[in-house]
Every structure is written in structure tokens, then in C-alpha cells.
Design a protein around this ligand. Structure first.
Ligand code: GLN
Length: 272
């Protein structure tokens, strides 16, 4: 016979206390106070086995959002699995920038490229009710998660499969294009800690700038006059990204820092 209190005590020996509680509340479908008010409740064999398997997954290093199947982004829960990148707080910077941009420049249409879980597109569709949001990804698996998130969160987003601009009709133009593309350099040590996430969402396998370069080159053909392109990138890539906006079609690019003070988003506008 194992009570909630005993199961937690045992879990604390191998994983973080907060995470141990989170995994148990997710499994029981209850809130955190339940664990305190019902700490003498006996867990049945099956629940206990399941709980132990979740603890083992965490112990091996699997990220919590893949175990619980959910990650919060901009205050909303997004379903995630190993087909999509786990939404990061860094990316909320991109959201904030688009929201403040929309106050000065009405955004009628917006495209999110490489949408993954759909977190950027869905958040913007819900925050900007007058903007028609479209999102693309090369991965069908990612698109099915993104569609599911849009349906659950009731976000009117149009999704389609495309390898960057490849499948976008040449006449389709947007006011704003955004992307959080794979930008980690393949030899960056951070990748060693990110083995559970899809490699193609994290790195281009070349130098971390290939996807960004492709988007910057393709964007002028898919932006309306004076349209904006906003790209998330690594803390040390701002200079390199700005120098990729090298055609005179673009205004001087601008880099914005995230909440941690790191360069995170570079944007530019098509000259009108
Ligand atoms: N747009 C998604 C996100 O920001 C996925 C990004 C990616 O897979 N590189 O989380």
C-alpha cells in the first residue's frame, strides 16, 4: 500500500520536487492542493506503475513538456510531442514585437514559417483579431499538432505544408512574415542537451544561418509593399543576420533583445 505522501517521498529521491508533484497531478488529473489535502490516499497499483514510468523518463532527461504533453506559451497551454519544438519563453519576445508593431501599422495578413506547435501563429491570431494568420511547416506531423492546438484554442489559422517558400503561390503576399527557424550551429554544445527535440527544428546542420538566409531571400517576393520580416535568432547571431539583409530592397535592419538582455529578434521592412 503506497499513499500519495509515500509515492512523492520516493520520487523526491530521484527527481526535482516540483517536477515530482507536477507529474503526479498530471497523472491524477488534479490540482496541486489535492496532493496536500489527500496525502494519505492510497494509489492503486496501475497508477503507481504509471507514475514510476514517468519518473524514469524524467530521470533519463526527457523534458517535462513531452512527458505531460503540454507547454504554456504566452499564457495558453499548447499540446506538444516529440514532433515539435517545445515553445520557449524567448519566443514571447517575437510576439511582443509584432503586437507593438500592429499598434502603428495595421497588419491585415501574417505568415508564420516553420510553425511547429503553432505557438506563434495561434497566439498572434488570438491576440490580433483583425489579422488573418497563415502558418506553414515542412513537417506533416508538426502541422497536425499545430492544427490540433488551433482547434483547441479556437484560433482561426490557415495551415499548409511547405519547405519555406517552395509551396507558396507566387501571388500570395503578406503584410508581415515571422519565423523562429532552426538557428543553432551544429557544433553548439547546447544541442547535446536537446536530444529529445526534432533536430530539424533546432539546426540547419550547416551553420545555423541557412534557414534564416533562405527566408530573407524569399521574403521580398511574398511581402506587400513596406511589409515587415521578423526573425528570431541566437544571442550571438544578430550581426550575421543583419548582414544577410544585404539587398537594397530592405531598410536598415533592427535587432531587439529578449527579457534576459540577449539579442533575439532582427527585423526589417521592405522599402516602399
Ligand atoms: N515556431 C515554433 C516555435 O517557435 C517552432 C520553431 C522551430 O521548430 N524552430 O516554437
Amino acid at each position: 500500500m503506497t499513499t500519495i505522501a509515500q509515492a512523492l517521498d520516493k520520487a523526491y529521491q530521484s527527481i526535482d520536487r516540483f517536477e515530482a508533484k507536477l507529474l503526479l497531478t498530471t497523472l491524477l488529473g488534479k490540482g496541486r492542493t489535492y496532493l496536500i489535502t489527500h496525502d494519505q490516499e492510497v494509489l492503486d497499483e496501475q497508477t503507481l506503475d504509471l507514475y514510476e514510468s514517468l519518473i524514469r523518463r524524467r530521470q533519463k532527461g526527457e523534458p517535462i513538456p513531452y512527458i505531460t504533453g503540454t507547454q504554456e506559451f504566452y499564457g495558453r497551454p499548447f499540446r506538444v510531442n516529440q514532433d515539435v519544438l517545445i515553445p520557449r519563453p524567448d519566443t514571447e519576445t517575437l510576439i511582443e514585437i509584432v503586437l507593438s508593431l500592429s499598434k502603428k501599422h495595421p497588419i491585415r495578413t501574417l505568415l508564420d514559417m516553420g510553425t511547429g506547435s503553432g505557438c506563434i501563429a495561434i497566439t498572434l491570431a488570438l491576440e490580433l483579431s483583425n489579422t488573418q494568420v497563415t502558418a506553414s511547416d515542412i513537417s506533416q506531423e508538426a502541422l497536425s499538432i499545430a492544427r490540433e492546438n488551433a482547434a483547441t484554442l479556437k484560433a482561426p489559422v490557415r495551415f499548409f505544408e511547405s519547405d519555406w517558400f517552395e509551396s507558396i503561390h507566387e501571388l500570395t503576399l503578406f503584410d508581415v512574415i515571422v519565423s523562429n527557424p532552426p538557428y543553432i550551429h551544429p557544433s553548439d554544445n547546447h544541442l547535446l542537451n536537446l536530444t529529445y527535440e526534432p533536430a530539424s527544428a533546432l539546426t540547419d546542420g550547416v551553420d545555423g544561418l541557412k534557414a534564416i538566409e533562405k527566408i530573407i531571400q524569399g521574403a521580398p517576393g511574398h511581402l506587400n509593399r513596406a511589409g515587415f520580416l521578423l526573425l528570431e535568432h541566437g544571442w550571438d547571431q544578430a550581426q550575421a543576420v543583419r548582414s544577410l539583409f544585404n539587398s537594397n530592397l530592405w531598410e536598415t535592419p533592427q535587432t531587439i533583445k529578449d527579457l534576459a538582455g540577449n539579442d533575439r529578434v532582427t527585423m526589417s521592412r521592405l522599402r516602399s
